[in-house]
Design a protein around this ligand. Structure first.
Ligand code: URA
Length: 439
């Protein structure tokens, strides 16, 4: 029989700055799933970790224990290399919706398990559910079958994958222990590695619209995650990208699906495609499907120009029960009752679009959640949003607001007018893609 590890002893050791060993960390994670640790003990250790930090060894032990708290999908029957991406979350970040089919069209399978939006950032699942009939709740067996057949599946978290994260994340959310690099690393990686992937690419965002505002902190997270993932045998790189203005021209679930379809038709916004290609290149390189970055980019561009990526998107929507006609007719997506243009108060150039301000306007319209149990309104949000550097004349549309009522539209308009600045001097849009960590 192994040594009994009392929660209070493990908590006291971390509180006093000791390095926990694998058995202590495993006991904590096991305790979160089997109930042998009380919530107040789990929370106390989370706070001790928050305050004391974790060494790279501890972070790796925590990630491993959280991964092993559930099953790891066995995708050995899928012959193609398997790559996924994860974004730490941004405003208007719909990259997964079109990049996954692009990469799958290049011969690399994409097993993607995503989350819902919380706070100011949107979630891939909410966007997918804007497609009438689309099922995100596949079982692991269905997920595996679909991946084998079409090389692409975008689904929601299942109860069997990394259950410790569900429990610990819920406690972190209410104990002010979310913003802690080792805990974030273990949370993200345990879920992603449970998907059965070979390689992973992270889009680590920094800036006012990101979860990590500070670039140095975001970089630290990228270094920790790529190091731990590699140590666990999964080649991983992280693309650092700025999140100051929303990505692309749309924020809101159905509106973002429509924008992703435009990307698959070769009509994607410059900034959105810049991030798409930067992350996609890394996926193809790590998966061994491209000879170099230029080759990877050419393959991704060809997936669009040949129509293969749009074809993969259609296959995925059909396989998951969605209305495939949305690919040709965005009018089949949910539509808000009211659509109204927001006029510019003056002539000049767009000098700022504050991602956070736009996110809160979209949240106010009902596109996101204030609390985890809230339902999102798939139809509402903003589109045709201007970008920094665009010239405008007084009265020109700065964006189009999609709302369920005139009152909501008016309030969102007030918020958007504060978020969008029109000045007299043209400002160049700032650089979006920074360095790649771990390449
Ligand atoms: N996203 C996650 O999945 N986990 C975290 O801890 C933070 C962001």
């Amino acid at each position: 029989m192994g040594t009994v590890l009392f929660p209070q002893h493990v908590i006291a050791r971390k509180r006093d700055g000791a390095e926990l060993d694998r058995a202590e960390i495993a006991a904590f994670v096991r305790g979160s799933v089997d109930g042998s640790w009380a919530d107040y003990q789990l929370s106390a250790l989370l706070m001790a970790i928050f305050l004391r930090g974790m060494t790279p060894r501890e972070t790796a032990f925590l990630t491993e224990a959280m991964l092993k708290s559930g099953v790891v999908a066995d995708l050995s029957a899928v012959r193609a290399p398997k790559a996924d991406k994860h974004s730490t979350g941004g405003v208007g970040d719909k990259v997964s919706l079109h990049l996954a089919p692009m990469v799958a069209a290049c011969g690399v399978a994409v097993p993607m398990i995503s989350g819902r939006g919380l706070g100011h950032t949107g979630g891939t699942l909410d966007k997918l559910e804007a497609i009438p009939g689309f099922r995100v709740g596949l079982s692991i067996a269905e997920y595996r079958r679909q991946l084998k057949k079409i090389g692409l599946a975008l689904i929601g978290q299942t109860a069997e994958l990394a259950p410790a994260d569900r429990k610990l994340y819920a406690l972190r959310d209410v104990t002010a222990t979310v913003e802690c690099i080792p805990l974030i690393c273990a949370s993200i990686l345990s879920k992603k590695l449970a998907e059965g992937i070979d390689v992973l690419v992270l889009d680590v965002k920094y800036g006012r619209g990101a979860f990590m505002k500070d670039k140095a902190k975001a970089r630290e997270l990228a270094v920790v995650i790529t190091t731990v993932a590699r140590a666990m045998g999964k080649p991983t790189t992280a693309v650092m990208t700025a999140m100051e203005e929303p990505l692309g021209h749309a924020v809101g679930n159905a509106l973002e699906v429509a924008e992703s379809v435009e990307c698959l038709k070769g009509l994607g916004a410059r900034d959105l495609m810049e991030v798409t290609f930067a992350v996609g290149e890394q996926m193809l390189l790590l998966a061994g499907a491209a000879k170099g970055a230029a080759d990877a980019r050419a393959m991704l561009k060809r997936s669009i120009s040949s129509g293969a990526a749009l074809g993969k998107f259609r296959e995925m929507v059909a396989a998951q029960g969605g209305d495939v006609r949305v690919a040709d007719d965005p009018g089949r997506l949910p539509r808000a009752r009211l659509r109204t243009a927001l006029g510019s108060p003056r002539s000049g150039f767009v000098t700022d679009v504050d991602a956070m301000g736009v996110a809160f306007a979209a949240l106010h319209l009902g596109a996101g959640r204030r609390r985890a149990e809230d339902k999102v309104d798939h139809a509402v949000g903003v589109d045709h949003l201007v970008k920094v550097g665009d010239p405008v004349r007084a009265g020109d549309a700065l964006c189009r607001i999609h709302a369920k009522s005139a009152g909501a539209a008016k309030e969102a308009a007030g918020m958007l007018l504060k978020a969008i600045t029109v000045g007299s001097e043209r400002r160049e849009p700032s650089r979006l893609v920074d360095e790649v960590i771990g390449a």
